[in-house]
Design a protein around this ligand. Sequence first.
Ligand code: CA
Length: 230
Amino acid sequence: MISTLEVVDATILVIEDEADIADLVAARLRSEGCRVHIATDGERGVTACAGLSPDLVVLDLMLPGLDGIEVCRQIQAERRVPVIMLTAKDEETDVLVGLGVGADDYLTKPFSPRELVARISAVLRRVNEPAPSERFRIGSVTIDVAQRTVERDGDPIHLTATEFDLLRALTAADGAVLSRSQLLHEVWGYRDGSGARTVDSHVRSIRRKLGDGLVRTVHSVGYALGVPDA
Ligand code: CA
């Protein structure tokens, strides 16, 4: 399992209307050394996020009032904050990634607090990682690793942090094929290889934004960088 060191001292906002889950999550995160604030509906969540400037938000999809999708949009509009979205079904993740909701990771209920801590840790490690100063140009797409920006035909394209890291991993592989489990390990920090659907969902989203050819599917193996459509 991943070291939980990355979560120590982090300020985490939990937006969840189910008190049992919110309390369980908060207790576990506090035991890991985090400062935790709970908001019990979407509007309170948006307000709390603006006031707290948390390091990460754990956001339930199904909330009274503003739902998780709307909350995610509103808090991302203020400032780039990592979000882990809690969903009721695996299939929802596909839909949410397709919508470009902008969460960094998704966790399906029921989940163990330990799993959540591992996911939070992986997301915080990724966003805090110092980036090398590298720029890649692949066809019409330019990737600036240090600035974490992507342009297509000179136009800035917004990728989520996860989409960016997936693209960076494929770029670093320099055309070599990476399996879904390699990508899960490199990008999400997972060790057990589950969550292949998550990789597929994010690849679809990257293709939607940057063209179908940039990431090619290598049948029954995984993904590799391709030459994007002109
Ligand atoms: Ca709920």
